[in-house]
Design a binder for this molecule. Structure first.
Ligand SMILES: Cc1cc2nc3c(=O)[nH]c(=O)nc-3n(C[C@H](O)[C@H](O)[C@H](O)COP(=O)(O)O)c2cc1C
Ligand SMILES: [Mn+2]
Length: 467
Protein backbone atom coordinates (compact mmCIF):
# COMPACT_ATOMS: atom_id res chain seq x y z
CA UNK A 1 0.00 0.00 0.00
CA UNK A 2 1.19 3.52 -0.72
CA UNK A 3 2.21 5.66 2.25
CA UNK A 4 -0.41 8.13 3.44
CA UNK A 5 0.59 8.77 7.03
CA UNK A 6 3.23 11.44 7.48
CA UNK A 7 4.63 12.41 10.84
CA UNK A 8 5.31 15.93 9.59
CA UNK A 9 6.25 17.94 6.51
CA UNK A 10 9.87 16.80 6.87
CA UNK A 11 8.94 13.16 6.43
CA UNK A 12 7.10 14.03 3.22
CA UNK A 13 10.09 16.04 1.98
CA UNK A 14 12.37 13.07 2.76
CA UNK A 15 10.02 10.89 0.68
CA UNK A 16 10.29 13.42 -2.18
CA UNK A 17 14.08 13.27 -1.87
CA UNK A 18 13.95 9.53 -2.44
CA UNK A 19 11.80 10.15 -5.52
CA UNK A 20 14.22 12.88 -6.68
CA UNK A 21 11.26 15.25 -6.69
CA UNK A 22 12.58 18.08 -4.53
CA UNK A 23 15.52 20.42 -5.10
CA UNK A 24 17.32 22.78 -2.76
CA UNK A 25 18.54 26.15 -3.98
CA UNK A 26 21.43 27.23 -1.81
CA UNK A 27 22.26 30.48 -3.61
CA UNK A 28 20.91 33.66 -2.14
CA UNK A 29 17.62 34.68 -3.83
CA UNK A 30 15.78 38.00 -3.87
CA UNK A 31 12.33 37.77 -2.19
CA UNK A 32 10.90 40.44 -4.52
CA UNK A 33 11.31 38.61 -7.83
CA UNK A 34 13.46 35.51 -7.83
CA UNK A 35 11.23 33.28 -5.72
CA UNK A 36 8.29 34.42 -7.84
CA UNK A 37 10.00 33.60 -11.14
CA UNK A 38 11.53 30.30 -10.07
CA UNK A 39 8.30 28.95 -8.55
CA UNK A 40 6.36 30.10 -11.63
CA UNK A 41 8.70 28.18 -13.94
CA UNK A 42 8.67 25.18 -11.61
CA UNK A 43 4.86 24.99 -11.63
CA UNK A 44 4.55 25.55 -15.35
CA UNK A 45 7.11 22.81 -16.03
CA UNK A 46 5.69 20.30 -13.50
CA UNK A 47 9.10 20.41 -11.83
CA UNK A 48 10.17 19.19 -8.35
CA UNK A 49 9.26 20.91 -5.09
CA UNK A 50 11.73 23.64 -4.14
CA UNK A 51 13.48 24.57 -0.91
CA UNK A 52 15.07 28.01 -0.90
CA UNK A 53 17.79 27.81 1.72
CA UNK A 54 18.82 31.41 1.57
CA UNK A 55 16.16 34.07 1.00
CA UNK A 56 17.67 37.55 1.38
CA UNK A 57 16.44 39.19 4.58
CA UNK A 58 14.66 36.09 5.96
CA UNK A 59 15.92 33.96 8.83
CA UNK A 60 14.48 30.63 7.70
CA UNK A 61 14.45 28.39 4.63
CA UNK A 62 11.29 28.38 2.51
CA UNK A 63 9.59 25.36 0.91
CA UNK A 64 7.35 25.93 -2.14
CA UNK A 65 5.56 23.95 -4.86
CA UNK A 66 5.19 21.15 -2.29
CA UNK A 67 1.96 19.76 -3.80
CA UNK A 68 2.29 21.66 -7.06
CA UNK A 69 2.04 18.66 -9.41
CA UNK A 70 -0.55 15.92 -9.82
CA UNK A 71 2.00 13.27 -8.83
CA UNK A 72 2.97 14.95 -5.55
CA UNK A 73 -0.65 15.66 -4.66
CA UNK A 74 -1.55 11.99 -5.15
CA UNK A 75 1.58 10.83 -3.29
CA UNK A 76 0.62 12.98 -0.31
CA UNK A 77 -2.60 10.97 0.01
CA UNK A 78 -1.13 7.66 -1.09
CA UNK A 79 -3.54 7.31 -4.03
CA UNK A 80 -2.30 5.85 -7.32
CA UNK A 81 -4.40 7.67 -9.93
CA UNK A 82 -7.16 10.24 -10.36
CA UNK A 83 -9.77 7.70 -11.40
CA UNK A 84 -9.40 6.10 -7.91
CA UNK A 85 -9.37 9.41 -6.07
CA UNK A 86 -13.04 10.19 -5.39
CA UNK A 87 -13.98 6.66 -4.29
CA UNK A 88 -10.92 6.40 -2.04
CA UNK A 89 -11.60 9.78 -0.44
CA UNK A 90 -15.21 8.81 0.26
CA UNK A 91 -14.17 5.47 1.72
CA UNK A 92 -11.66 7.06 4.09
CA UNK A 93 -13.88 9.92 5.22
CA UNK A 94 -17.12 8.04 5.96
CA UNK A 95 -16.08 8.49 9.59
CA UNK A 96 -13.98 11.43 10.71
CA UNK A 97 -11.20 10.73 13.24
CA UNK A 98 -11.10 12.86 16.42
CA UNK A 99 -7.60 14.08 17.29
CA UNK A 100 -5.44 13.28 20.33
CA UNK A 101 -4.11 15.92 22.70
CA UNK A 102 -0.40 15.87 23.50
CA UNK A 103 1.27 17.94 26.21
CA UNK A 104 4.68 18.45 24.67
CA UNK A 105 5.12 19.31 21.02
CA UNK A 106 7.93 20.00 18.56
CA UNK A 107 6.08 23.11 17.31
CA UNK A 108 6.68 24.78 20.70
CA UNK A 109 10.41 24.14 20.94
CA UNK A 110 11.33 27.75 20.18
CA UNK A 111 9.27 30.77 21.29
CA UNK A 112 9.35 34.39 20.09
CA UNK A 113 7.53 37.14 21.97
CA UNK A 114 7.23 40.95 21.95
CA UNK A 115 9.94 42.74 20.01
CA UNK A 116 11.48 39.43 18.87
CA UNK A 117 8.55 39.05 16.46
CA UNK A 118 9.26 40.48 13.03
CA UNK A 119 7.21 39.06 10.16
CA UNK A 120 9.59 40.58 7.60
CA UNK A 121 12.31 38.26 8.88
CA UNK A 122 10.11 35.15 8.89
CA UNK A 123 8.63 35.26 5.38
CA UNK A 124 9.12 38.28 3.13
CA UNK A 125 8.07 37.02 -0.31
CA UNK A 126 6.34 39.01 -3.04
CA UNK A 127 4.78 36.06 -4.85
CA UNK A 128 3.47 37.92 -7.92
CA UNK A 129 4.76 41.00 -9.69
CA UNK A 130 1.85 43.30 -8.82
CA UNK A 131 1.09 42.08 -5.31
CA UNK A 132 0.53 44.82 -2.73
CA UNK A 133 3.56 43.66 -0.72
CA UNK A 134 4.88 40.70 1.27
CA UNK A 135 2.47 37.78 1.64
CA UNK A 136 3.62 35.28 4.26
CA UNK A 137 0.07 33.97 4.43
CA UNK A 138 -0.37 31.79 1.36
CA UNK A 139 -0.36 28.30 2.83
CA UNK A 140 -1.01 29.56 6.32
CA UNK A 141 -3.92 27.76 7.90
CA UNK A 142 -6.13 29.92 10.14
CA UNK A 143 -7.40 27.89 13.08
CA UNK A 144 -10.39 29.31 14.95
CA UNK A 145 -12.96 28.02 17.38
CA UNK A 146 -16.70 28.56 17.09
CA UNK A 147 -17.61 30.59 20.22
CA UNK A 148 -20.99 28.83 20.45
CA UNK A 149 -20.20 25.19 19.63
CA UNK A 150 -16.46 25.00 20.36
CA UNK A 151 -15.86 23.27 17.01
CA UNK A 152 -12.46 24.03 15.44
CA UNK A 153 -12.15 25.25 11.88
CA UNK A 154 -9.07 25.27 9.69
CA UNK A 155 -9.01 27.22 6.43
CA UNK A 156 -6.38 28.79 4.22
CA UNK A 157 -7.02 32.49 3.58
CA UNK A 158 -4.57 35.00 2.15
CA UNK A 159 -2.62 37.18 4.59
CA UNK A 160 -0.45 40.15 3.67
CA UNK A 161 2.00 41.80 6.05
CA UNK A 162 0.84 45.20 7.34
CA UNK A 163 3.52 45.73 9.99
CA UNK A 164 6.13 43.84 12.01
CA UNK A 165 3.37 41.91 13.84
CA UNK A 166 0.10 42.45 11.94
CA UNK A 167 -1.41 40.93 8.82
CA UNK A 168 -4.52 41.58 6.77
CA UNK A 169 -6.81 38.54 7.06
CA UNK A 170 -8.41 37.70 3.72
CA UNK A 171 -11.27 35.43 4.79
CA UNK A 172 -14.45 36.44 2.91
CA UNK A 173 -17.92 36.17 4.44
CA UNK A 174 -18.71 32.76 2.96
CA UNK A 175 -15.75 31.07 4.68
CA UNK A 176 -16.09 29.32 8.03
CA UNK A 177 -13.21 31.24 9.58
CA UNK A 178 -14.91 34.54 8.81
CA UNK A 179 -18.23 33.21 10.09
CA UNK A 180 -16.55 32.46 13.44
CA UNK A 181 -15.22 36.01 13.45
CA UNK A 182 -18.69 37.41 12.67
CA UNK A 183 -20.00 35.64 15.79
CA UNK A 184 -17.25 37.15 17.95
CA UNK A 185 -17.78 40.55 16.38
CA UNK A 186 -21.52 40.50 17.13
CA UNK A 187 -20.65 39.78 20.76
CA UNK A 188 -18.12 42.64 20.67
CA UNK A 189 -15.36 40.20 21.57
CA UNK A 190 -11.80 39.72 20.42
CA UNK A 191 -11.32 36.44 18.50
CA UNK A 192 -8.34 34.26 19.42
CA UNK A 193 -6.69 32.65 16.40
CA UNK A 194 -3.72 30.44 15.60
CA UNK A 195 -2.11 30.39 12.19
CA UNK A 196 0.08 27.45 11.27
CA UNK A 197 2.34 26.55 8.41
CA UNK A 198 4.69 23.70 7.50
CA UNK A 199 2.56 20.65 8.30
CA UNK A 200 1.98 17.10 7.18
CA UNK A 201 0.42 17.35 3.70
CA UNK A 202 -2.96 15.94 4.73
CA UNK A 203 -3.44 19.06 6.90
CA UNK A 204 -2.74 21.12 3.78
CA UNK A 205 -5.40 19.23 1.83
CA UNK A 206 -8.03 19.15 4.60
CA UNK A 207 -7.69 22.92 5.19
CA UNK A 208 -8.49 23.66 1.56
CA UNK A 209 -11.53 21.42 1.45
CA UNK A 210 -14.90 23.09 1.06
CA UNK A 211 -16.91 21.18 3.59
CA UNK A 212 -20.29 21.88 5.19
CA UNK A 213 -20.07 24.05 8.34
CA UNK A 214 -19.17 22.55 11.75
CA UNK A 215 -16.66 20.07 10.37
CA UNK A 216 -13.33 20.03 12.18
CA UNK A 217 -10.77 19.84 9.37
CA UNK A 218 -8.23 18.14 11.68
CA UNK A 219 -10.67 15.25 12.06
CA UNK A 220 -10.89 15.16 8.27
CA UNK A 221 -7.08 15.12 8.04
CA UNK A 222 -7.03 12.25 10.55
CA UNK A 223 -9.48 10.27 8.41
CA UNK A 224 -7.47 10.95 5.24
CA UNK A 225 -4.18 9.81 6.82
CA UNK A 226 -5.80 6.89 8.65
CA UNK A 227 -4.50 7.92 12.07
CA UNK A 228 -5.65 10.66 14.47
CA UNK A 229 -3.73 13.95 14.41
CA UNK A 230 -1.67 14.77 17.50
CA UNK A 231 -2.58 18.27 18.62
CA UNK A 232 -1.21 20.61 21.26
CA UNK A 233 -2.86 23.58 22.99
CA UNK A 234 -1.46 26.99 22.08
CA UNK A 235 0.48 28.81 24.80
CA UNK A 236 -1.70 31.93 24.91
CA UNK A 237 -5.17 30.62 24.05
CA UNK A 238 -7.38 27.50 23.96
CA UNK A 239 -6.89 26.62 20.32
CA UNK A 240 -5.23 23.33 19.46
CA UNK A 241 -2.79 22.98 16.58
CA UNK A 242 -0.92 20.04 14.99
CA UNK A 243 2.02 19.15 17.24
CA UNK A 244 4.55 18.68 14.45
CA UNK A 245 3.97 21.80 12.35
CA UNK A 246 6.93 24.09 11.71
CA UNK A 247 5.46 27.48 12.74
CA UNK A 248 2.53 28.59 14.91
CA UNK A 249 1.47 32.23 15.07
CA UNK A 250 -0.74 32.86 18.08
CA UNK A 251 -2.78 36.05 18.19
CA UNK A 252 -6.11 37.83 17.96
CA UNK A 253 -8.49 39.49 15.52
CA UNK A 254 -10.21 42.54 17.03
CA UNK A 255 -13.89 43.31 16.31
CA UNK A 256 -14.91 46.29 14.17
CA UNK A 257 -11.45 46.96 12.86
CA UNK A 258 -10.33 46.79 9.22
CA UNK A 259 -7.32 47.74 7.14
CA UNK A 260 -6.72 47.81 3.43
CA UNK A 261 -4.76 44.74 2.34
CA UNK A 262 -3.75 43.51 -1.13
CA UNK A 263 -4.08 43.28 -4.09
CA UNK A 264 -2.80 39.83 -4.55
CA UNK A 265 -2.42 37.21 -7.30
CA UNK A 266 -5.10 34.61 -6.52
CA UNK A 267 -5.71 30.97 -7.31
CA UNK A 268 -8.10 32.00 -10.10
CA UNK A 269 -5.05 33.17 -12.07
CA UNK A 270 -6.00 36.86 -11.76
CA UNK A 271 -5.06 39.59 -9.33
CA UNK A 272 -7.67 40.09 -6.63
CA UNK A 273 -8.27 43.70 -5.62
CA UNK A 274 -7.09 45.38 -2.42
CA UNK A 275 -9.78 44.92 0.24
CA UNK A 276 -10.70 46.25 3.61
CA UNK A 277 -9.94 43.19 5.75
CA UNK A 278 -9.90 42.28 9.45
CA UNK A 279 -6.42 42.35 11.00
CA UNK A 280 -4.56 39.46 12.63
CA UNK A 281 -2.33 40.67 15.43
CA UNK A 282 0.49 38.22 16.22
CA UNK A 283 1.27 38.00 19.93
CA UNK A 284 3.56 34.99 19.98
CA UNK A 285 5.39 32.81 17.50
CA UNK A 286 6.27 29.25 18.40
CA UNK A 287 8.29 26.98 16.12
CA UNK A 288 10.42 23.90 15.78
CA UNK A 289 14.17 24.00 15.94
CA UNK A 290 15.52 24.89 12.47
CA UNK A 291 12.02 25.42 11.07
CA UNK A 292 11.11 25.44 7.38
CA UNK A 293 8.51 27.98 6.24
CA UNK A 294 5.89 26.76 3.73
CA UNK A 295 4.39 29.04 1.09
CA UNK A 296 2.93 28.97 -2.40
CA UNK A 297 2.69 31.01 -5.55
CA UNK A 298 -1.01 31.01 -6.18
CA UNK A 299 -2.16 30.70 -9.76
CA UNK A 300 -4.29 28.59 -12.09
CA UNK A 301 -3.48 24.92 -12.71
CA UNK A 302 -0.78 23.67 -12.49
CA UNK A 303 -0.32 24.87 -8.92
CA UNK A 304 -0.92 23.57 -5.44
CA UNK A 305 -3.57 26.24 -4.89
CA UNK A 306 -5.61 24.93 -7.84
CA UNK A 307 -4.99 21.26 -7.02
CA UNK A 308 -5.61 21.45 -3.30
CA UNK A 309 -8.82 23.48 -3.43
CA UNK A 310 -10.02 21.82 -6.63
CA UNK A 311 -9.47 18.16 -5.87
CA UNK A 312 -10.40 18.08 -2.19
CA UNK A 313 -13.62 19.98 -2.80
CA UNK A 314 -14.39 17.79 -5.79
CA UNK A 315 -14.24 14.66 -3.63
CA UNK A 316 -16.62 16.13 -1.05
CA UNK A 317 -19.00 17.34 -3.77
CA UNK A 318 -18.92 13.89 -5.37
CA UNK A 319 -19.83 12.27 -2.07
CA UNK A 320 -22.74 14.68 -1.59
CA UNK A 321 -24.14 14.40 -5.10
CA UNK A 322 -23.97 10.63 -5.33
CA UNK A 323 -25.89 10.33 -2.06
CA UNK A 324 -28.68 12.47 -3.54
CA UNK A 325 -28.87 11.27 -7.13
CA UNK A 326 -28.59 7.67 -8.40
CA UNK A 327 -26.19 6.67 -11.17
CA UNK A 328 -23.45 9.21 -10.34
CA UNK A 329 -20.16 7.52 -11.26
CA UNK A 330 -17.39 10.12 -11.04
CA UNK A 331 -16.69 13.84 -10.94
CA UNK A 332 -13.86 16.12 -12.04
CA UNK A 333 -13.36 19.75 -11.08
CA UNK A 334 -9.99 21.24 -11.80
CA UNK A 335 -10.84 24.39 -13.64
CA UNK A 336 -11.86 26.59 -10.72
CA UNK A 337 -15.54 27.01 -11.46
CA UNK A 338 -16.34 23.97 -13.57
CA UNK A 339 -17.64 20.59 -12.52
CA UNK A 340 -17.82 17.59 -14.86
CA UNK A 341 -20.03 14.72 -13.75
CA UNK A 342 -20.16 11.25 -15.25
CA UNK A 343 -23.46 9.39 -14.93
CA UNK A 344 -25.12 6.18 -15.96
CA UNK A 345 -28.22 7.92 -17.34
CA UNK A 346 -31.36 6.27 -16.03
CA UNK A 347 -34.27 8.63 -16.76
CA UNK A 348 -35.22 11.85 -18.57
CA UNK A 349 -34.04 14.84 -16.53
CA UNK A 350 -31.32 12.82 -14.82
CA UNK A 351 -28.56 15.19 -15.97
CA UNK A 352 -30.63 18.20 -14.86
CA UNK A 353 -31.15 16.64 -11.44
CA UNK A 354 -27.38 16.28 -11.15
CA UNK A 355 -26.96 19.99 -11.97
CA UNK A 356 -29.51 20.94 -9.32
CA UNK A 357 -27.69 18.81 -6.75
CA UNK A 358 -24.33 20.38 -7.60
CA UNK A 359 -25.71 23.93 -7.41
CA UNK A 360 -27.96 23.36 -4.44
CA UNK A 361 -26.20 20.91 -2.18
CA UNK A 362 -22.43 21.31 -2.56
CA UNK A 363 -20.22 23.89 -0.90
CA UNK A 364 -17.78 24.59 -3.70
CA UNK A 365 -20.08 26.97 -5.60
CA UNK A 366 -19.43 25.62 -9.07
CA UNK A 367 -20.81 27.84 -11.83
CA UNK A 368 -20.63 25.42 -14.73
CA UNK A 369 -21.82 21.84 -14.63
CA UNK A 370 -21.19 19.47 -17.55
CA UNK A 371 -22.87 16.08 -17.38
CA UNK A 372 -21.58 13.24 -19.55
CA UNK A 373 -22.42 9.57 -20.14
CA UNK A 374 -20.62 6.62 -18.63
CA UNK A 375 -18.60 5.88 -21.78
CA UNK A 376 -16.83 9.25 -21.53
CA UNK A 377 -13.39 9.36 -19.91
CA UNK A 378 -13.64 12.49 -17.76
CA UNK A 379 -9.90 12.32 -17.00
CA UNK A 380 -9.25 13.02 -20.67
CA UNK A 381 -10.47 16.40 -21.93
CA UNK A 382 -10.43 15.13 -25.54
CA UNK A 383 -13.16 12.72 -24.57
CA UNK A 384 -15.19 15.38 -22.72
CA UNK A 385 -14.85 17.76 -25.64
CA UNK A 386 -16.01 15.06 -28.02
CA UNK A 387 -19.16 14.60 -25.95
CA UNK A 388 -19.75 18.36 -25.85
CA UNK A 389 -19.48 18.68 -29.59
CA UNK A 390 -21.45 15.58 -30.57
CA UNK A 391 -24.20 15.12 -27.94
CA UNK A 392 -25.37 18.67 -27.28
CA UNK A 393 -28.19 20.62 -28.92
CA UNK A 394 -27.98 24.01 -27.25
CA UNK A 395 -31.71 24.93 -27.25
CA UNK A 396 -32.50 21.68 -25.46
CA UNK A 397 -29.41 20.91 -23.41
CA UNK A 398 -28.25 24.22 -21.96
CA UNK A 399 -29.69 25.28 -18.61
CA UNK A 400 -29.16 28.71 -17.08
CA UNK A 401 -29.90 29.54 -13.46
CA UNK A 402 -29.45 33.24 -12.77
CA UNK A 403 -28.44 35.04 -9.57
CA UNK A 404 -27.00 32.40 -7.30
CA UNK A 405 -24.50 32.76 -4.43
CA UNK A 406 -21.11 32.94 -6.11
CA UNK A 407 -17.42 33.19 -5.43
CA UNK A 408 -15.96 36.49 -4.40
CA UNK A 409 -12.98 36.12 -6.69
CA UNK A 410 -14.88 35.23 -9.89
CA UNK A 411 -13.12 37.35 -12.53
CA UNK A 412 -16.23 37.30 -14.76
CA UNK A 413 -18.07 39.51 -12.26
CA UNK A 414 -17.28 43.16 -11.64
CA UNK A 415 -16.92 44.58 -8.12
CA UNK A 416 -20.49 45.90 -8.19
CA UNK A 417 -21.88 42.36 -8.53
CA UNK A 418 -19.30 40.55 -6.36
CA UNK A 419 -20.59 37.46 -4.67
CA UNK A 420 -23.19 36.64 -7.35
CA UNK A 421 -22.96 34.17 -10.18
CA UNK A 422 -25.05 32.42 -12.83
CA UNK A 423 -25.39 28.68 -12.98
CA UNK A 424 -24.73 27.23 -16.44
CA UNK A 425 -25.39 23.55 -17.04
CA UNK A 426 -24.76 21.50 -20.16
CA UNK A 427 -26.42 18.13 -20.56
CA UNK A 428 -23.81 16.46 -22.77
CA UNK A 429 -25.37 13.01 -22.49
CA UNK A 430 -26.77 11.38 -25.61
CA UNK A 431 -30.55 11.93 -26.00
CA UNK A 432 -31.32 8.19 -26.01
CA UNK A 433 -34.80 8.78 -24.64
CA UNK A 434 -35.77 10.89 -27.67
CA UNK A 435 -34.53 8.29 -30.13
CA UNK A 436 -36.15 5.46 -28.25
CA UNK A 437 -39.51 7.20 -28.12
CA UNK A 438 -39.71 6.80 -31.92
CA UNK A 439 -38.42 3.23 -31.81
CA UNK A 440 -34.99 4.26 -33.03
CA UNK A 441 -31.60 3.76 -31.47
CA UNK A 442 -29.00 6.45 -30.75
CA UNK A 443 -25.98 6.25 -33.07
CA UNK A 444 -23.45 3.68 -32.01
CA UNK A 445 -19.95 4.92 -31.10
CA UNK A 446 -16.96 3.61 -33.02
CA UNK A 447 -15.14 2.35 -29.96
CA UNK A 448 -15.21 -1.26 -31.29
CA UNK A 449 -14.03 -2.87 -28.05
CA UNK A 450 -14.30 -6.46 -29.33
CA UNK A 451 -11.99 -5.84 -32.31
CA UNK A 452 -9.58 -3.93 -30.13
CA UNK A 453 -9.50 -6.75 -27.55
CA UNK A 454 -8.83 -9.35 -30.27
CA UNK A 455 -6.02 -7.26 -31.77
CA UNK A 456 -4.56 -6.58 -28.35
CA UNK A 457 -4.29 -10.31 -27.81
CA UNK A 458 -2.69 -11.11 -31.15
CA UNK A 459 -0.66 -7.93 -31.79
CA UNK A 460 -0.29 -6.30 -28.36
CA UNK A 461 3.45 -6.65 -27.86
CA UNK A 462 4.34 -6.78 -31.57
CA UNK A 463 3.32 -3.20 -32.32
CA UNK A 464 6.46 -1.20 -33.07
CA UNK A 465 5.33 2.04 -31.39
CA UNK A 466 4.78 0.29 -28.10
CA UNK A 467 8.38 -0.84 -27.81
C1 LIG B 1 -2.82 28.88 -1.39
C2 LIG B 1 -4.29 29.05 -1.08
C3 LIG B 1 -4.82 30.30 -0.81
C4 LIG B 1 -6.17 30.50 -0.54
N1 LIG B 1 -6.63 31.76 -0.29
C5 LIG B 1 -7.94 31.95 -0.03
C6 LIG B 1 -8.43 33.26 0.27
O1 LIG B 1 -7.69 34.23 0.33
N2 LIG B 1 -9.75 33.39 0.51
C7 LIG B 1 -10.60 32.30 0.46
O2 LIG B 1 -11.79 32.47 0.67
N3 LIG B 1 -10.16 31.07 0.19
C8 LIG B 1 -8.85 30.86 -0.05
N4 LIG B 1 -8.40 29.59 -0.33
C9 LIG B 1 -9.37 28.49 -0.39
C10 LIG B 1 -9.83 28.06 0.98
O3 LIG B 1 -8.74 27.60 1.74
C11 LIG B 1 -10.88 26.95 0.92
O4 LIG B 1 -12.02 27.47 0.29
C12 LIG B 1 -11.27 26.39 2.29
O5 LIG B 1 -12.32 25.49 2.12
C13 LIG B 1 -11.70 27.44 3.27
O6 LIG B 1 -11.95 26.86 4.54
P1 LIG B 1 -13.40 26.90 5.20
O7 LIG B 1 -14.29 26.19 4.22
O8 LIG B 1 -13.24 26.17 6.49
O9 LIG B 1 -13.73 28.35 5.37
C14 LIG B 1 -7.03 29.39 -0.56
C15 LIG B 1 -6.50 28.12 -0.80
C16 LIG B 1 -5.15 27.95 -1.06
C17 LIG B 1 -4.60 26.56 -1.30
MN1 LIG C 1 -14.39 24.67 7.41
Amino acid sequence: MLQRKWYDMREFIAFLEKKKDVITIKDSVDPKWEVNGITRLGLQEHAPAIIFDNVKGANYPLATNLLGTDRRFLWALGIAKWSDFNEEWCRRTQKLLPWRVVKKAPCQEVVLTGKQIDLHKICNITWHQYDGGEFPGTLSVSVTKDPETGVLNAGIYRMGTLSRNTLGWGAPEYTHGRQHYMKYERMGKVMPMAVITGYDPTVFIASCTRTPPDIDEFQLAGALRGEPMDMVKCMTNDIHVPATCEFVFEGIVRPDYRKIEGGFGEYTGYYGEARSNPVFEVQRVTMRKKPIYLGAREQWYPSESALAVGKSSQAVAFDTVRKLVPGVLDMRCDVTYECIVKIDKLFPGHAQQVMDAVWGATYARYKHVIVVDKDIDIWNYDSVHWALSTRVRADRDVNILPRRAGQWLDPAVSLREKGWQTGFGIDATMCNEEYEFWGEKAPRTVDDPEMVAKVEKKWGNKLAWRK
